[in-house]
Design a protein around this ligand. Structure first.
Ligand SMILES: Nc1ncnc2c1ncn2[C@@H]1O[C@H](COP(=O)(O)OP(=O)(O)OP(=O)(O)O)[C@@H](O)[C@H]1O
Ligand SMILES: CC(C)(CO)[C@@H](O)C(=O)[O-]
Ligand code: BAL
Length: 288
């Protein structure tokens, strides 16, 4: 892909060399650079990351790259939405400075082996259902960090485990990048915004609301019920909706992601993943 869509206020860059020549002088001039990595099909959740990034940095770079190495289901990769013109307009409206949209060849010029130790949480939850997913995620995020050399990088709490894995990758390489986790943006009806929501029919969208409903139930009853009861109720709420196939619902320690039974333990998070029709969705809520 070698296209260029230049619009005033937003510069589109397709190559790492192009990025370097634009960003190096800014770095030398002590400008703070923020990176917002995405896979495109942008929505208000992505825009919120750009807006938060603008509050912390002088220059905001958003990357759009559908990274093949993190997909464990080829059909999921094939049907991943790619509305590029719409994305560019959204970033322009958000006042983003640069969008980096490399080709697969640009990011992976030669075949490579990547494996780093991400700690035991790599294999839990998403890591169990999408084996190898976080190796692919950390591989591309490291490449994006090398290409952009950001001071800060912004990620959504919606991908809760992803933020932990990226922090572990940053620690592994001792990278000087500040990782900022940003709040989940929801539709008015509570559904966490996600690029994959585009695949939901109206009925499936309605069914998918049960995920945020179950999380809200747990949050609202956290002070009065035991963890066992909260889990039982949340799972029953989800299983009562036809067409929703639960992968997991857990109440976990927010650092280890291991299940937690002690409500007095610090930083508990409820995390859920389910298939709604053919679309797999995730969501989570902090509990204390
Ligand atoms: N609803 C949201 N609120 C805040 N941040 C979000 C939201 N949805 C996605 N993000 C964040 O945007 C960044 C890019 O995510 P990505 O492009 O994969 O979008 P997505 O909506 O998560 O898509 P999908 O989950 O369908 O792949 C990630 O850091 C992700 O956590
Ligand atoms: C961080 C990321 C851009 C890496 O491809 C992706 O996993 C995403 O969009 O969350
Ligand atoms: N938003 C996380 C990227 C993925 O699902 O592959």
């Amino acid at each position: 892909m070698d296209f260029e869509i230049l619009q005033p206020g937003l510069e589109v860059i397709n190559t790492i060399a192009g990025l370097n020549s634009l960003l190096k002088p800014l770095k030398l001039a002590q400008q703070k650079i923020a990176l917002v990595p995405t896979m495109g099909a942008l929505h208000k959740g992505h825009v919120s990351l750009v807006k938060i990034a603008q509050q912390h940095a002088d220059v905001v770079v958003c990357s759009i790259f559908v990274n093949p190495t993190q997909f464990t289901d080829p059909k999921d990769l094939e049907k991943y939405p790619r509305p590029l013109q719409h994305d560019i307009e959204m970033l322009q409206d958000a006042g983003c400075d640069y969008v980096f949209m490399p080709s697969v060849k640009e990011m992976y010029p030669v075949p490579e082996n990547w494996h780093i130790d991400l700690g035991p949480a790599e294999f839990l939850l998403e890591g169990e259902f999408r084996r190898g997913h976080y190796q692919g995620v950390t591989q591309i995020v490291k490449k994006l960090f090398d290409a952009v050399d950001p001071d800060l990088a912004f990620f959504g709490q919606k991908d809760f485990q992803q933020v932990l894995m990226i922090r572990n990758m940053v620690a592994h390489f001792n990278l000087p990048v500040n990782i900022i986790s940003c709040p989940i943006i929801r539709e008015e009806d509570g559904l966490a915004m996600s690029s994959r929501n585009i695949h939901l029919s109206a009925a499936e969208h309605e069914h998918a609301l049960v995920l945020s409903k179950a999380l809200t139930y747990v949050k609202d009853h956290f002070q009065t019920e035991s963890i066992d009861i909260l889990l039982k109720e949340a799972i029953a709420i989800i299983q009562s909706v036809k067409g929703v196939e639960l992968d997991y619902f857990t109440i976990a320690n927010s650092e280890t992601l291991l299940p937690e039974k002690d409500k007095a333990a610090q930083q508990l998070v409820a995390l859920v993943a389910a298939k709604v029709g053919e679309t797999r969705l995730i969501d989570n809520m902090m509990l204390n």
